[in-house]
Design a protein around this ligand. Structure first.
Ligand code: NIG
Ligand code: FE
Length: 410
């Protein structure tokens, strides 16, 4: 098909560009008054309207009516496979309890694990699919999804099979991450070392044998897993070819960033509490720092020092963290707004953080995350808007008019 009358195609990169760092994040390459052609699932060509080729016999022509064309968002950190919801804890937080206090009382992740254990695999898929439909409607085209509400071999595998089913049954690009070390399972209360042993000797081999995860995650933070636990799990996972993408420095200067970089993590995520030592550790590494401003907003935590990270010349990705406890939203548009409003990213930096850098953070940058010939035709067209900056500025306006994933309108 050919799309005409696009006010601006945003996020054009060379197909070989894998991520944007430091000052590179300040610009978004674009073509104004443009057309774009797709063939099958991919983008084939694009250019200015003055040079639009004649449509081929039978080729569908779509009028963008002066809207902008954005590459679909790449949400590199979510937990969208979960059962039920946790608005009871939301009310507890309003009354003054902290995330850690709720977790210490057996709420939090363990509450979601109880709900998940009592939910059938089909029902879990059904509930997750309603969130999948929601994020597609909000512009997401690629999503990383974690396990971590199972906390037993069977339930972790159940979650990972649901993720695989989402990958097969939707046009999203999906990557799955095994997060057995999200919290110590209830049965292992007071026996954290034994739970880590259980992950290493039982869960990891089962997950690897079924081929249902590409990445491994550990919640390396105060009150959860230590640096030593993290090293043990990441070393064991490396033997199965699972690369780390870890939770680090949400609740404390946990050492999570340093251990993630040392173990070759693709990304270290959260980073609400980092300083110059963590930035130093990231410098020159392949690990992309990823921040989750929705969690800061929802839990009332400090925002990660995104400005400092970019000003140090590092790349930055932003993701939603969509989950029932710390960020019950998958709106990447809101993530861009929070990036700009609270973290002081320019709209261009926020855009790059949720597209090409998000793609890098989930290892799909050769397929998607920008507009380039050969990449997936996964993008959306906005209502006519005056500028890129209008998109995060109008922070609740539904500005997406039409969405295409893998070359088909959804
Ligand atoms: O990324 N911090 C750890 N895990 C999730 C929250 C999980 C939950 O509360 O259910 C997060 O914020
Ligand atoms: Fe998370």
């Amino acid at each position: 098909m050919i799309i005409k009358n696009i006010a601006s195609i945003l996020g054009i990169t060379s197909p070989a560009k894998s991520r944007l760092e430091g000052v590179e994040m300040a610009s978004v390459a674009s073509i104004d008054d443009a057309w774009l052609r797709t063939g099958g699932e991919t983008i084939t060509d694009f250019g200015p309207m003055a040079e639009m080729p004649a449509p081929a016999e039978g080729e569908e022509v779509i009028d963008a009516c002066g809207g902008m064309l954005f590459p679909s968002f790449c949400d590199s950190h979510t937990h969208i496979v979960y059962a039920g919801s946790r608005e009871g804890e939301f009310v507890d937080k309003i009354a003054g309890l902290s995330y850690e206090e709720i977790a210490e009382r057996g709420g939090g992740i363990l509450n979601s694990a109880d709900l998940l254990a009592a939910t059938s695999e089909d029902e879990l898929y059904r509930q997750a699919m309603s969130r999948v439909d929601e994020i597609i409607a909000m512009g997401t085209g690629a999503v990383e999804i974690k396990s971590g509400y199972g906390l037993s071999t069977d339930s972790e595998l159940k979650m990972l099979r649901v993720i695989a089913r989402i990958a097969e049954s939707t046009p999203l690009v999906v990557r799955a991450t095994f997060l057995g070390a999200h919290a110590v399972a209830r049965e292992y209360y007071g026996r954290q070392d034994e739970y880590v042993d259980h992950i290493i000797t039982d869960m990891l081999p089962a997950v690897a044998a079924q081929g249902v995860a590409q990445y491994v995650d550990v919640f390396c933070d105060k009150g959860f897993f230590t640096v030593r636990d993290t090293e043990r799990i990441l070393d064991a996972a490396a033997r199965y070819g699972l690369r780390p993408k870890i939770h680090a420095n949400e609740l404390a200067r946990s050492g999570g960033v340093q251990v993630g970089v040392a173990k070759g993590a693709l990304s270290v995520d959260h980073l609400e509490r980092i300083g110059s030592q963590e930035i130093e550790a990231l410098y020159g590494s392949a690990t992309i720092p990823t921040m989750l401003p929705g969690a800061s907003f929802f839990l009332g935590m400090p925002y990660g020092p995104a400005r400092q990270v970019i000003d140090a010349g590092l790349p930055l990705a932003l993701a939603s963290d969509y989950n029932p406890g710390s960020s019950p939203s998958g709106s990447m548009k809101m993530v861009m707004s929070l990036g700009s409003i609270k973290m002081k990213l320019t709209p261009e930096e926020a855009f790059n953080a949720v597209t090409i850098n998000g793609a890098y953070a989930m290892g799909v940058e050769s397929e998607t995350g920008s507009i380039a010939p050969g990449k997936l035709a996964s993008f959306f067209i906005t209502r006519p808007i005056p500028s890129l900056a209008f998109f995060p500025y109008a922070y609740t306006a539904p500005l997406i008019a039409r969405t295409f994933l893998r070359g088909r309108e959804v």
